[in-house]
Design a protein around this ligand. Structure first.
Ligand code: IPE
Ligand code: IPE
Ligand code: MG
Length: 253
């Protein structure tokens, strides 16, 4: 067995369509405020953007699309907004899952489910079950997700599974227990809404991801805005620690 010191093993060709795109969908509240609407109107409009983006990614043959819908810190928002967001999530799952299934899309929800009510838990389970064998785009929704939570829950599971290795754990021992063990690490990270931060999204997995920030607010993030992000990605040189000269060598491993 070959051991790697980093999880970023192979260099994907950046000129291609990214295999895995992870998105922080930010700016719903400001989009609404600009129109003198309540913040929740922005969240509602944001769901339309999700629908369009999923379609577009499926068309482009992106393999994994991961969307940050609710962070472990978002509980700090006013109670009415939190409960509206939970309701919206539930409603969207219910309404969209059959369409997702018809389009061969596999839906996975990651995050800490311990604070979800029984109804939402059931809807999540049903949606995942229905689409489990689909082979098209894998759409991951991060709900009550935090990158630190993810890493810690993985560490705890790893310790239980392999206590004899304590003190000698490597990256590949942890990897199977991370929430997104089924997917390659994101190639492209997009954050809308103008902030330049990760906000406790996928911390482990973003180690070598290309980062793209745009001021466009999430409800305005249309196909043209998405294409700009892809174009920006395609101009990057992904080196994973190597030099430009090395990348030009044939048979680089
Ligand atoms: C992102 O939009 C959606 C969630 C965090 C659920 P925001 O609600 O954070 O919108 P802004 O940042 O206040 O504009
Ligand atoms: C990050 O957005 C989380 C989601 C988009 C779900 P926030 O708008 O909550 O991020 P911060 O707290 O301002 O960084
Ligand atoms: Mg925000």
């Amino acid at each position: 067995m070959k051991f790697f010191t980093s999880t970023t093993e192979t260099i994907p060709a950046a000129a291609e369509i990214p295999k895995h795109i992870a998105v922080i969908m930010d700016g719903n509240g400001r989009w609404a405020r600009k129109r003198f609407l309540p913040r929740i109107a922005g969240h509602k409009r944001g769901v339309e953007t999700v629908r369009d983006l999923v379609k577009f990614c499926a068309k482009l043959k992106v393999e994994y699309l991961t969307l940050f819908a609710f962070s472990s810190e978002n509980w700090r928002r006013p109670a009415e907004e939190v409960s509206f967001l939970m309701g919206l999530f539930m409603e969207a799952l219910k309404r969209e899952v059959v369409k997702l299934h018809q389009n061969n899309i596999k839906l996975v929800i990651i995050g800490d489910r311990s604070r979800f009510d029984a109804q939402l838990l059931e809807q999540i389970r049903d949606s995942e079950e229905l689409t489990a064998n689909n082979t098209g785009l894998t759409l991951t929704i991060a709900a009550n997700y935090g990158g630190r939570w993810d890493t810690l829950q993985a560490v705890n599971k790893m310790q239980v599974a392999a206590p004899q290795l304590a003190g000698f754990y490597r990256e590949e021992h942890l990897r199977p227990y991370l929430s997104m063990s089924y997917a390659p690490e994101p190639d492209l990270f997009i954050r809308t809404g103008g902030e330049r931060r990760i906000s406790n999204f996928l911390l482990w997995q973003l180690a070598y991801t290309e980062l793209y920030f745009t001021d466009t607010l999430w409800p305005d993030f249309n196909a043209a805005a998405f294409e700009l992000a892809i174009e920006s990605y395609q101009q990057r040189e992904r080196r994973f620690g190597r030099t430009s000269e090395q990348l030009a060598e044939p048979n680089l491993t």
